[in-house]
Design a protein around this ligand. Structure first.
Ligand code: ATP
Ligand code: ATP
Ligand code: MG
Ligand code: MG
Lengths: 158, 165, 158, 165
C-alpha cells in the first residue's frame, strides 16, 4: 500500500508542478509531506510561488490564485488516473482574464485526448469550445436548451 | 469512450424532454443564474448512479423530479438517458454504443437500464468502475469543488492521493 | 434578552424579504425559526422563492441564487445595525449580468447614505462607482495603485 | 462618518507608500488576481485593530509585513493610516478629522496612534465600538464571506442576529 501511495504521490506531485506553471504562466509549486514524511498518516502541504513572488503556503494566496492552484491539483489527479470525460462546473469563476486565457488554452490541449463538458460564464473559455449550449429559463420555471454560436453571445459576456 | 448524447425529461428544471448532443472535444454550457446549467451536470451524475443527496443538491431522492413552478404542476417521474460512444472498448460490454438510463419515482424508487434492458444499480456501477468513471474519480467537478479542495486539511488531501492510487 | 432578539429578528426578517425581492427583481423569501420557535436555541432557516419558481430551502438553489440570497441577508443585517462604511470584497462574483445589474443599482441607492468600497471584477458594478482604483502588480511583487476612469477599462472586462 | 484616505507602506504587497483617496459614495477597486485588492481590505481591518490571523489571511502576525519578492528584499515594518471624516460627530472625539495608525514590526509588536498620539489597542477598539465599526459589525465583508454565510447552520445563523441586536 505504502509503495503504491509513494508512486502515485510522486506522479501527482510532478503533474501538479507542471500544471501550476502552465496555468500561472510561470512560477512554481510543490506538494510536501508533513512530518514525519514516512508516516502512513502524514498530510500533504501545498506550497506555491506565483510568478515574481516568494514561495508560501496556499493559505496566503489571493482568491484567484488559490482557485487556480486547486484546479492544477485536480488536473494532476486526472492525469495520473485518466478518465474518459470530465464535467467542469464553473471552476474558472474566480479567475481574471489572463488566468482564464491560460486555463482555457490548457483545456483546449487536453481536449484532444479527453472530452470536456464545461459550465462557464467566461468568454475565453467559451471561445475554445467546439459546441456551445445556452440554457435559459422562461417564467414557467422550465429550462430550455439552445444550440449557440459564439456570435450569438453578447460581446460583453464575462 | 466519450459522451454522445444526454436526454432529460422531468429531471429538476428540465420538465420537458431535452436532448444535448456532445462533441468529442469540448462542449460549453452557458446561461444565467438558476437557468439549469448545474442541473445538467447533476443529471449526468444521477444517471451514472449517484445515491448521495449531498452530491445532487437535494434533500430527499424525490427532489430530482420536477417539482412544479408558479405556472406548472409537478411531475411524477424523472428520466435521464446518457448515450456513450464505446467504439474504443473502454466499457467491457460488446456494444459500440451504450445507453444508460435511470428513472426516478416519487416513491423514492429508481429503475436502471443499460441498452434498454432493466438492470440493477450495481450493474451500472460495476460497468463504470471498470471504465474509471466511478463516483470518486473526479470525472465531475461540481460548482463548489474548488472550495472543497481548498478547505481540505493536509490529512484529507492525502486521501485524495490514496484514492487515485 | 429574548425580547431584544425577537425585535431584531423581526426587523432583519423584514429587511431580508425586502432586499431579496429587490435583488432578484421579483420572487420572495423569508426567514423561519426552526421548531420550537420560542426556544432560546432555535435556529434560523432560510426559505427562498426566486421569480417563477417554488419556495424551497436555500440548499436547493443555484450557485448564483445562493450568493445573492446571502448578500440580501448581509444587507438586512447592515440595515438593522447601520455602519458608516462598508467594504465588499467580490460579493458579486457568482452573479450573472442581470443579477449584477440589480445588485449594483441597489448599491448605488444605498451609497447615498452609506459609504461603500467595493472590490469587483464586474463592469456593471464598476459603472456605478464614483471613484475607480486599479491595482496592478509588476514583476517585482509590489502592488501599485492607479486612479482610473471607466473609459480606461477594457470593453470586455467581466 | 466616512473614510477619507488610506495610506499603506510595507503592508503585504504595498511595499512602497501608497495612498487611496475615497469619495463619500462608492469607490471600486479592480485588478487582476493577486494584484493586491483584498490586501487593501486587509489593511483597513488591520489598522482598525484586527488581531485574528484568520481574518487577515496570515499565519503569524509578521506576515502582514512585506516579505520580499524575487526582485526585492523584505521590509522590517508595516504601517497603515486610515483618515476618517468625523464632521458628523460619529466618533466620540472632538476632531472633525480623525487619523488612526498602526505600525507592525517583525517582533510581533504593534503600535497604535490616534491623531499621531500613541495610544493602546483598547483605545482604538473603544473608539470604534461606539461608532458601530466593531469587528463583528459586518462593515468589512471578505472574499469568502458569502461562502461562510451559506455554510452556517441554523443555530449559527441565530448568532448573527443576536450580534446585531
Ligand atoms: N426538482 C426541481 N423542480 C423544479 N426546480 C428545481 C428542482 N430542483 C432544482 N430546481 C431549481 O433549479 C434551479 C437551480 O438550477 P441550476 O443549479 O442548474 O442553476 P445554474 O444554471 O447552475 O445557475 P448558477 O449560474 O447560479 O450556478 C434552482 O432555482 C432550483 O430551485
Ligand atoms: N507580506 C507579504 N509580502 C509579500 N506578498 C504578500 C504578503 N502577503 C500577501 N502577499 C501576496 O499578496 C497576494 C494576494 O493579494 P490579494 O489577496 O490582495 O489579491 P487580489 O487582488 O485580491 O486577487 P484576487 O482577485 O485573486 O482575489 C498573494 O500573491 C500573496 O502572496
Ligand atoms: Mg450552477
Ligand atoms: Mg481578492
Amino acid at each position: 500500500i505504502s509503495a503504491g501511495f509513494t508512486t502515485t504521490y510522486d506522479l501527482v506531485a510532478t503533474q501538479f508542478a507542471h500544471y501550476f506553471t502552465l496555468f500561472f504562466g510561470g512560477g512554481d509549486a510543490r506538494l510536501e509531506l508533513t512530518p514525519p514524511e514516512d508516516a502512513a498518516t502524514s498530510g500533504i502541504e501545498i506550497m506555491a510561488r506565483p510568478p515574481g513572488k516568494r514561495l508560501q503556503s496556499l493559505a496566503l494566496l489571493s482568491g484567484g490564485e488559490r482557485a487556480l492552484t486547486a484546479v492544477a491539483l485536480l488536473f494532476a489527479l486526472l492525469k495520473v488516473r485518466p478518465v474518459p470525460f470530465v464535467v467542469l462546473d464553473e471552476v474558472d469563476a474566480a479567475l481574471d482574464e489572463a488566468n482564464v486565457g491560460r486555463f482555457a488554452d490548457a483545456l483546449r490541449e487536453l481536449a484532444s485526448g479527453t472530452q470536456f463538458v464545461v459550465v462557464t460564464h467566461n468568454r475565453r473559455t467559451i471561445e475554445r469550445a467546439d459546441t456551445i449550449y445556452g440554457v435559459t429559463m422562461a417564467e414557467d420555471g422550465v429550462s430550455r436548451l439552445l444550440s449557440l454560436r459564439l456570435s450569438d453571445l453578447p460581446p460583453d459576456l464575462n | 469512450m466519450h459522451l454522445r448524447r444526454l436526454e432529460m425529461q422531468g429531471f429538476k428544471t428540465f420538465a420537458t424532454r431535452t436532448v444535448l448532443e456532445f462533441t468529442p472535444g469540448m462542449t460549453a454550457i452557458v446561461g444565467p443564474n438558476g437557468s439549469g446549467k448545474s442541473n445538467t451536470a447533476d443529471a449526468i451524475r444521477w444517471v451514472l448512479g449517484e445515491q448521495n443527496n449531498r452530491n445532487l443538491r437535494t434533500k430527499r431522492s424525490e427532489d430530482v423530479i420536477f417539482a412544479g413552478s408558479t405556472k406548472r404542476s409537478s411531475l411524477g417521474m424523472a428520466e435521464v438517458t446518457l448515450v456513450l460512444d464505446n467504439s474504443g472498448g473502454w466499457l467491457p460490454i460488446d456494444f459500440s454504443e451504450v445507453s444508460i438510463s435511470r428513472r426516478g419515482y416519487r416513491s423514492g424508487e429508481s429503475e436502471y437500464l443499460i441498452n434498454n434492458t432493466r438492470v440493477r444499480l450495481r450493474d451500472v456501477l460495476d460497468l463504470l468502475l471498470k471504465a474509471n468513471v466511478a463516483q470518486d474519480s473526479y470525472a465531475i467537478m461540481g460548482q463548489n469543488m474548488i472550495e472543497a479542495v481548498l478547505a481540505l486539511k493536509p490529512e484529507e488531501r492525502r486521501v485524495l492521493i490514496e484514492e487515485a492510487a
